[in-house]
Structures are given as structure tokens and as C-alpha cells.
Design a protein around this ligand. Structure first.
Ligand SMILES: *Cc1c(COP(=O)(O)O)cnc(C)c1O
Length: 394
């Protein structure tokens, strides 16, 4: 598949090829039907010869969902895509399609928590073992490989501490031992990173975040070569049944139309806020792959075409004071998830995998507001919280 440039993505998302069934409707209709009827028994039987190439039942193929899958595959540079009810449905499908009893998985320890639970806990019941390794070192992945390793599961950049791993090195290692690679590419979106280019086998995204982009829909997608996607469609897609509905697909398509413009805005705003935080008294260190101070900034420039606006910072301030600050912020809501129009904040403790040190980490999602307003809000609120803390001590 040829990879599109950012400018080509803009045009491809704003322009559709139609067939006559749409009567010139500018957006694809919501095919709100569970089944597709046939005129003759011959046509009916013919459709079953290639179930996924035909429209029989919406737990297999639905035209609205297929239309979205086509657009996502085009952006990612993949031969095929399948959309699921959530990011986790997509991730579980991709993992289950890659291993069987007796296999071993190497997974980066900074991967999304529930995905780690699927591999580290749930799959044990089926005789699959998982080793978790430091997610910023290729050597750690290499050392964990066993003769029965059949899957290397990656997330880069990760979504708490924003560490990267060399995708090409991991893909080459996997190819050499007959294992498969899956990457969670949610942070970068298909606009800013295309892991298939580096030889990764399957790319998964939580559509819920930037792709849907409006905090109003849940979804997930798996993308890759047809050879891998076909068995996944027949087994994990159709048998688990965690499909995306036509209605959700239409909502996601509406968000997808503006994905590049939102990502460019988020990139600029995120970097502006991150740069400001680096100069702030209450910040120890900012974790953003786009900053020259990020230890893997050179690798980031090699693998990523841009930076999204989810990042974190470490603070030496008391955690209760940081929580008071987060509570008083006017333009940031306290919430999980990210990728919508609205800025978000969470405060937590994170263990540094290399040093074992426990750090207080504030994760920020920068939405579509004015970055200057966001900076002013953070600065003024910090002054207020710091002033009342010094009064407490008197
Ligand atoms: C949210 C998220 C997921 C899970 O997606 P859901 O749509 O919530 O199931 C997976 N990976 C990352 C990095 C996420 O942020």
C-alpha cells in the first residue's frame, strides 16, 4: 500500500467515491439493518461462498462500517481494517488471533493496563504465558524472547510516561523468530505514525480517542495485511461478535473528516503548553516525545511524523497540593480517556521501571481550547494553590 502524505490525507478524507445507491447523498447513509435479503436462492447461496466479500448479516459486513474501514486502512497504509465496539475489543481480537496454547508473548510493561491484563492474567487460562519487559529498550525485548515466543506486543509512544521503542528493530527480531508484532498506535493516530512501514504486522487503535475525537463514541480498529486480517475477520470478529454498529461508524466518520486538522492543532497547542511547563517552578520534568529534553527525542523524530497532545510531567510538590490544583483548574476536567475537544487532567503515582523510583506524575490532555488560555489557567491556579499552602504553614 502506498502511504499518503499529510496533504493527501486531507483530500482523501474530504473526498469520497460514490456509487449510484447513494442518490448523491454527500455522506454515506447509516445502513441501519441487521440482515440483507436476496431475490433468488441462487444469489443467496452464491453470497455464502465468500461471506466477507458479500452483504449477508451486519455481524459480518455492514456498508457504513466498511466505508469507515476503507478510510482508516487508507490512512494507515494497510491492506485491510476491521472496526470493533471498543479499543479493547480490537486489542483482544488481535491478540487472540496471534497466539494459541503453549505460546509465549513478550509485552512492553508500559502498555495499556487492560491489554496487559488480557495477556498477563486472562490468557494464562488458555496456556499462554507472557513476559513483561521495559518498554523503552529493544534489548529487553530481545532478552525475553524464548523458542516459543509467537507475539511481541508494543505500545509506542506509551500513554503514561510516553516512552518509545525502536519499531524496526522489534519487527526485524520478530520476523527472524517467526513471531508476530502488534502495536497499539492510539497515541500517534494514523496521521502521525504508520508502524506497518517499519514491518509491524498488526496495528490497533482505540477509535474512542482522537479518531472519533468528540468524547461521544467508543470504538476500536485492527489493521494489517489481508492475509492476517482475513482469519481475524472470520474468527475473532464474527465469533466474538464485538462489532462496531453502523450508527457508531457514522459518528466516527464525522469525527474522522477533521482528524488531520485537529491533530495539527493539538500538536501545536501541546508543544506550546509542554514548553511552558518546562519553565514552571512546580514542574520537575516534562515527558513529551516532541521536546528535545525527551531522552528518546531522536528516535521520536525518526518514527513519528508529528506529536499528539497527551503528555505528562513529574512534580516534587505534595500530591495533595497537585490534586487541589487540578480540582481548581477552570479549563481542565478531571477524567480518564482523551482525544476529544476538551482538555483533561489526572494526578497519580508512577513507578519508574528502570530505577524503581515512585514519582508523582500529572497527565495532561490538551484539547482544542486556546493554549494561551490553558497556560494562564494553570499558572494562575498554581499561584492561588501555592499562596493558600503558604498561609496554612503560618
Ligand atoms: C483507551 C485506550 C485503549 C482502550 O480503548 P477503549 O476504546 O477504551 O476500549 C487502548 N489503548 C490505549 C493507549 C488507550 O488509551
Amino acid at each position: 500500500m502506498t502511504k499518503l502524505t499529510l496533504e493527501q490525507m486531507y483530500t482523501a478524507l474530504a473526498h469520497d467515491e460514490f456509487d449510484e445507491r447513494h442518490y448523491g447523498a454527500i455522506q454515506i447513509p447509516v445502513y441501519q439493518n441487521s440482515l440483507f435479503a436476496f431475490d433468488t436462492y441462487q444469489q443467496f447461496e452464491h453470497a455464502f461462498e465468500e461471506m466477507l466479500g458479500n452483504h449477508i448479516y451486519s455481524r459480518g459486513n455492514n456498508p457504513t462500517v466498511e466505508f469507515l474501514e476503507g478510510k482508516l486502512a487508507m490512512l494507515e497504509g494497510a491492506e485491510a481494517a476491521r472496526c470493533f465496539a471498543s479499543g479493547m475489543a480490537a486489542i483482544s481480537a488481535a491478540i487472540f488471533s496471534s497466539v494459541r496454547a503453549g505460546d509465549h508473548i513478550v509485552c512492553v510493561s508500559n502498555a495499556y493496563g487492560p491489554a496487559k491484563q488480557v495477556m498477563g492474567e486472562y490468557l494464562k487460562r488458555f496456556g499462554v504465558e507472557t513476559s513483561f519487559v521495559e518498554g523503552s529498550r529493544f534489548e529487553a525485548v530481545q532478552e525475553a524472547v524464548r523458542p516459543n515466543t509467537k507475539l511481541i506486543y508494543l505500545e509506542s509512544p506509551s500513554s503514561q510516561m510516553f516512552e518509545l521503542i525502536d519499531l524496526k528493530q522489534c519487527a526485524d527480531l520478530a520476523k527472524g523468530i517467526g513471531a508476530r508484532t502488534i502495536i497499539d498506535n492510539t497515541w500517534a493516530t494514523p496521521i502521525f505514525q504508520n508502524p506497518l512501514e517499519f514491518g509491524i504486522d498488526l496495528v490497533v487503535h482505540s477509535i474512542t480517542k482522537y479518531i472519533a475525537g468528540h468524547s461521544d463514541a467508543l470504538g476500536g480498529v485492527v489493521m494489517g495485511a489481508s492475509e492476517l486480517m482475513k482469519p481475524l475477520s472470520y474468527d475473532e470478529y464474527m465469533l466474538f461478535g464485538g462489532i462496531m454498529t453502523a450508527h457508531t461508524a457514522a459518528m466516527v466518520l464525522r469525527g474522522l473528516r477533521t482528524l488531520p486538522v485537529r491533530m495539527e492543532r493539538c500538536q501545536a497547542s501541546g508543544l506550546k503548553v509542554a514548553n511552558w511547563l518546562e519553565t514552571s517552578s512546580f514542574v520537575e520534568r516534562v515527558y513529551h516525545p516532541g521536546l528535545p529534553s525527551h531522552p528518546q527525542h531522536e528516535l521520536a523524530k525518526k518514527q513519528l511524523k508529528g506529536y499528539s497532545s497527551l503528555f505528562s510531567f513529574e512534580s516534587k510538590q505534595p500530591i495533595e497540593r497537585l490534586k487541589a490544583w487540578a480540582s481548581k483548574l477552570k479549563l481542565f476536567k478531571i477524567a480518564v480517556s482523551w482525544g476529544g475537544y476538551e482538555s483533561l487532567v489526572t494526578v497519580g503515582r508512577n513507578t519508574d521501571v528502570s530505577s524503581g523510583e515512585v514519582k508523582t506524575v500529572v497527565r495532561l490532555y490538551i484539547g482544542l481550547e486556546s493554549p494561551d488560555d490553558l497556560i494562564r489557567d494553570m499558572q494562575e491556579t498554581w499561584q492561588e494553590v501555592a499562596a493558600s499552602a503558604s498561609l496554612d504553614r503560618v
